[in-house]
Design a protein around this ligand. Structure first.
Ligand code: EPU
Length: 431
């Protein structure tokens, strides 16, 4: 078991450099299976989800060269559509992108799917609807998706019933090599959706409209390689900003796209955090007590669900009654019980949490139930008096590159401990 030990109550000061976006990287790596040639990908975060995906594509015949930290070269010329290795694939939710990629390139995919996770059911019906509209036959049995399109995929018009990041990106991947034009309506507009489209275009695809709710993909015969740099991670940056809001201090968050941060910055400013934007960085400074706020999670450009646990920790430190409405997932408040054990006052009823603040948090042993809940526990530990032990910290390492090193560099007292009997974290709660 990996655990973090945090001696809290110290403000954070200095600079933190943000890594490449996890949710872009975990789509771009499978999408590279479409490319018959060498693609060089830069700003790849060194996180466990990415390491797993590299292992998976390597087993499918992709040649992977790690050139330097943050840069890999993939050559999928000799990739094969074999059944992806179950024990690896089930550990990571983003393995669903392998279906779109294998179907698009080979007309056949057989991929095991991750089980449920602890913030509610996460079906993939919209992905399947898209593949079928493109002409594939699909079958879900024994926990795997089998998709076949022996005559190839054909462009079509698809209207998504709900705004889904995964379905938008998976259908985009599958449609890249389809014959004719595909139009996806009611798309997700997250920065990583745009990043995937930009990656595919850099490899030779014809995709327009990413970042709006209609994406048009003019199928091409082949993708043949190129170079691409992944965007910075919006949620990693937001997590460090929230850490300053909760624990205090003055930190420059570097290597970001400030526009991507607007939905988070606006809320933290409303709560009283000082935020100054520069070209590719943001300075956050806590100069006064935080004020209570209301947050409702929404698809981009709304407030991201992946920042919901972190902002809730900030609310425990804010004066007054805050309210959080989770509108993306059925249940993403399990972590609040851990915060209450640290002294927070949070009432959860269905998709709404009411947070009374400010409350002094006191260190104790808490669990990271998933990636973002784990990040929230770290922030709470930084804001708390005394020692906090965050168990199950391997969840956090699925999405935060060198988090211990980065936090220590801005003054946090945090150490990592490896104990025996690590629970199979990634199998339980893939992101
Ligand atoms: N949904 C369906 N049917 C579908 C697809 C989605 O009902 O076919 C529902 C989901 O159950 C959910 C909502 O639609 O209620 C939105 O889900 P979406 O498809 O947008 O999420 P996802 O693609 O499964 C990605 C990120 C998540 C992030 C969400 C929302 C990856 C690998 N995961 O998941 O990231 O919370 O988008 O922004 O990109 C994380 O990074 O911690 C994480 C969980």
């Amino acid at each position: 078991m990996t655990q973090y030990v945090i001696r809290g109550g110290k403000p954070l000061n200095g600079e933190v450099v943000i890594s490449g976006a996890k949710n872009a990287a975990v789509a771009i790596l499978p999408a590279a299976l479409l490319v018959e040639g060498v693609c060089r990908i830069e700003n790849i975060p060194d996180i466990s989800d990415v390491r797993l995906l590299l292992q998976i594509v390597e087993q499918m015949g992709v040649s992977v060269r790690r050139l330097s930290p943050g840069t890999v070269e993939l050559d999928s010329t000799h990739a094969r559509s074999i059944k992806a290795p179950d024990e690896l694939v089930r550990k990571i939710r983003a393995s669903y992108y392998l279906v779109g990629a294998l179907l698009g390139r080979f007309g056949h995919a057989y991929v095991a799917l991750p089980g449920g996770c602890n913030f509610g059911p996460r079906p993939i019906d919209q992905h399947i609807k898209g593949f079928e509209a493109l002409g594939a036959q699909t079958d879900i049995s024994n926990g795997s998706v089998i998709a076949d399109a022996p005559d190839g995929l054909h462009g079509c018009r698809i209207y998504l019933d709900i705004v889904s990041v995964g379905a938008t990106m998976n259908i985009m991947i599958a449609a890249t090599l389809a014959s004719g034009t595909t139009i996806i309506e009611n798309c997700a507009k997250e920065p990583h959706v745009v990043d995937l489209a930009n990656f595919l275009n850099a490899m030779g695809a014809h995709i327009s409209g990413a970042g709006t709710d209609v994406i048009k993909i003019r199928g091409v015969k082949k993708l043949s390689g190129g170079a691409y740099t992944i965007i910075p991670d919006q949620i990693e940056a937001g997590t460090y900003m929230a850490a300053v809001a909760a624990a205090g201090g003055n930190v420059v968050v570097k290597n970001i796209i400030p526009k991507h941060m607007d939905c988070i910055t606006a809320k933290l400013k409303e709560m009283g955090l000082s935020v100054a934007e520069y070209d590719d960085s943001i300075r956050v400074q806590k100069t006064r007590p935080l004020k209570a706020a209301r947050v409702k999670t929404m698809p981009y450009p709304g407030f991201p669900t992946d920042m919901q646990p972190q902002i809730t920790v900030c609310m425990t430190q804010a004066q007054g009654t805050s309210m959080v409405t989770e509108s993306i997932y059925d249940t993403r408040f399990r972590y609040t019980a851990e915060l209450c054990r640290m002294g927070a006052s949070i009432d959860v009823s269905g998709k709404i949490a009411v947070v009374d603040g400010p409350r002094e948090l006191e260190g104790c042993t808490v669990k990271a139930f998933d990636l973002r809940a784990g990040a929230a526990m770290v922030i709470a530990g930084l804001a708390a008096e005394g020692t906090t032990i965050v168990e199950g910290a391997s969840y956090i390492e699925r999405g935060y590159e060198r988090i211990i090193e980065k936090l220590r560099a801005i003054g946090a007292d945090i150490t990592r401990e490896e104990l025996q009997d690590d629970p199979p974290a990634q199998q339980e709660n893939p992101a």
